[in-house]
Design a protein around this ligand. Structure first.
Ligand code: CP
Ligand code: NVA
Length: 316
């Protein structure tokens, strides 16, 4: 008998951005991830993708995403194939479309980490198998789902909670906006002028927020953003691809550090999340990263359980 969490509604779907999923579908991913985590901890095998293969294309470095998808596919009974973009014919000019059509003949799913969202969309348009976004410059949807799973584990609920995001209005912030809107959370982003989230993402999230009772706000003052927050989140000041801006960003963002003084404005039982990798001493201090409010390594662990849920649901 198929596992109860293997709801067929998501079968065959691409996973490109959380904007494409309904609140009910987000729930399916969360429920499956919680179940798969329980089963793994209990030593119950779940080879639900036995005999299937996932190709993983990386145009950018990765520790967590690569290892958790690779190990996750193995735990689901399938075979993961790491494909460095540097070693594919893509690097020598083979088109994204021809690559997608070829890979679709061998594989059951593709996970890709790349730069432009449009490249991901092109791959998905030509592929006849599900394509999963492992991070683009625009969004990081697998991350935000694992983050919200972590919040749910700690708080026992999602609706009505306040998440403060301190830093750049980047890909991680974008996916958090999408998901907070879908699950009815309050999200406040504190960022310097000029580093606000993309207006199109904001508009997509606002449309959902109007339906779920979520509220989304962008301000400049980190202390005001953190006020009574249940969750405080931060990410690198300079994302992959922005290495040239690192010095300039260090100056612009110096006020946007998650440290003990800032956390004192938050709810007493606040949890601190960071997608990692962290630049300790920049966007987050050692004291907070290693302190009692930090759940960053559980969050990293939950990438494994959530990625398994995503693969199981779309590649079943
Ligand atoms: N958070 C995250 O995606 O980490 P990696 O870049 O190590 O995959
Ligand atoms: N915003 C970061 C996230 C890394 C997981 C980046 O894109 O580099």
């Amino acid at each position: 008998m198929a596992a109860a969490y293997l709801d067929a509604r998501l079968k065959g779907k691409d996973f490109l951005t959380l904007a494409d999923f309904s609140t009910e579908e987000i729930r399916l991913f969360l429920d499956a991830a919680h179940e798969l985590k329980k089963e793994l901890k209990a030593g119950i095998p779940h080879p639900v993708l036995k005999g299937k293969t996932l190709g993983m294309i990386f145009h950018k470095p990765s520790t967590r995403t690569r290892v958790s998808f690779e190990v996750g596919m193995y735990q689901l009974g399938g075979y993961p194939l790491f494909l460095s973009a540097q070693e594919l014919q893509l690097r020598r000019g083979e088109s994204v479309g021809d690559t997608a059509r070829t890979l679709s003949r061998y594989l059951d799913g593709i996970m890709i980490r790349t730069f432009a969202q449009e490249d991901l969309e092109e791959l998905a348009a030509y592929a006849s198998i599900p394509v999963i976004n492992g991070l683009t410059d625009l969004v990081h949807p697998t991350q935000a789902l694992a983050d919200i799973m972590t919040v749910e584990e700690h708080k026992g609920k999602l609706h009505g909670l306040k998440l403060a995001f301190i830093g750049d209005g980047n890909n991680v912030a974008h996916s958090l906006l999408h998901i907070c809107a879908k699950v009815g959370m309050k999200m406040v982003i504190a960022c310097p002028a000029g580093y606000e989230p993309d207006p199109r993402v904001m508009a997509e999230a606002q449309a959902d927020a109007a339906k779920t009772g979520a509220s989304l706000e962008v301000i400049e003052d980190p202390a005001a953003a953190v006020k009574e927050a249940d969750v405080v989140y931060t990410d690198l000041w300079a994302s992959m691809g922005q290495e040239g801006e690192q010095e300039a960003r260090r100056r612009v963002f110096s006020r946007y550090q998650v440290n003990s003084a800032l956390l004192r404005n938050a709810a007493p039982d606040v949890i601190v999340l960071h997608c990692l990798p962290a630049h300790r001493g920049e966007e987050i201090t050692d004291e907070v990263m290693d302190g009692p409010h930090s759940v960053v390594f559980e969050e990293a662990e939950n990438r494994l359980h959530m990625h398994k849920a995503i693969m199981a649901l779309v590649m079943q």
